[in-house]
Design a protein around this ligand. Structure first.
Ligand code: ADP
Ligand code: TYD
Length: 202
C-alpha cells in the first residue's frame, strides 16, 4: 500500500507521517520517505529546488525538476518497496506538484498532469490531506526555521489559495483522498489518521 500526506507548509504532514509509520510498524514492514527527495538523486535535486532565491526557477522548470526527482524516488525507493510487499508512506508526492507548480504561477495544471502521465503514472492508494488554517501553518513553519524557505516565503495569501486547492483536489480524487482536521493536538490527528489507514488495510 502506498500512502501519501499532503497539505500546506506547517500543516503537520511530517509529524503525522512519522507517527503513522511508527504505529504501523508493529504489524507491517514500513518505509517512511519524503518528497522532494527520498532517494540519493532526488535529495540532490531537493537542494536545487528548496534553497536559494524564490525567483531562481520558472514554474515550468520546477515542474521538470520535481518530476525528475519523483521519477528517481519512484525507481529507487517506492517501486522496489511496494514490490517487496512493504507499506510506503511518503511526506508529499504528485499532488504537491499539481498544487504548487500547477496553480501558484498561472494555470499549469495541464502541463503537470501531462508530465505525470508520461513519467510517473502512479497514484497513491491513500492520501491524507492535512487541513489547517494557513496562519497557524505558517506560524508553525516559521517557528521551525531553516534554509529551505523558498516556498514558505510565498506568504499567507498564497497559502489560502493552496489550502482551497488541496480541498478541491480531495473532491477531485474522492476515492483515495481523506481530509483530516490538522488544527488539533498531534495525538488526536494521529488517532484519526491511524483509524482510516487501518480501515483501508483490512
Ligand atoms: P509539515 O511537514 O506539514 O510542514 P510538520 O509536521 O513539520 O509540518 O510540523 C510543523 C511544526 O509544527 C513542527 O515544529 C511540529 O512539531 C509542529 N506541529 C506539528 N503538528 C502539530 C500539532 N497538531 N499541533 C501543534 N504543533 C504541531
Ligand atoms: P516540505 O519539505 O514538505 O516542506 P514543509 O515541511 O514546509 O511542508 O516541502 C518543501 C517545499 O516544496 C514545500 O513548500 C512544497 C514544495 N513542493 C513543491 O513546490 N512541489 C512539489 O512537487 C513538492 C513535492 C514540494
Amino acid at each position: 500500500m502506498f500512502i501519501t500526506f499532503e497539505g500546506i507548509d506547517g500543516s503537520g504532514k511530517s509529524t503525522q507521517a512519522r507517527r503513522l509509520a511508527e504505529a504501523l510498524r508493529t504489524d507491517h514492514n514500513v518505509v517512511l520517505t519524503r518528497e522532494p527527495g527520498g532517494s540519493q538523486g532526488a535529495e540532490e535535486i531537493r537542494r536545487l529546488v528548496l534553497e536559494g532565491d524564490p525567483d531562481r526557477w520558472s514554474a515550468e522548470t520546477e515542474i521538470l525538476l520535481f518530476t525528475a526527482a519523483r521519477r528517481d524516488h519512484l525507481e529507487k525507493t517506492i517501486r522496489p518497496a511496494l514490490e517487496a510487499g512493504r507499506i510506503v508512506i511518503s511526506d508529499r508526492f504528485a499532488d504537491s506538484t499539481r498544487l504548487y507548480q500547477g496553480i501558484t504561477r498561472g494555470d499549469l495544471r495541464g502541463q503537470v498532469d501531462a508530465l505525470h502521465a508520461l513519467m510517473i503514472g502512479r497514484e497513491p492508494d491513500l492520501t491524507f490531506i492535512i487541513d489547517i488554517d494557513p496562519a497557524v501553518g505558517l506560524a508553525r513553519a516559521f517557528a521551525r526555521k531553516g534554509t529551505e524557505e523558498r516556498f514558505e516565503e510565498m506568504g499567507e495569501a498564497m497559502q489560502h489559495t493552496m489550502r482551497a486547492g488541496f480541498l478541491a483536489l480531495a473532491a477531485e480524487f474522492p476515492t483515495r483522498c481523506v481530509v483530516i482536521d490538522g488544527g488539533r493536538a498531534p495525538e488526536a490527528v494521529a488517532a484519526d489518521v491511524l483509524a482510516v489507514a487501518q480501515g483501508r488495510l483490512t
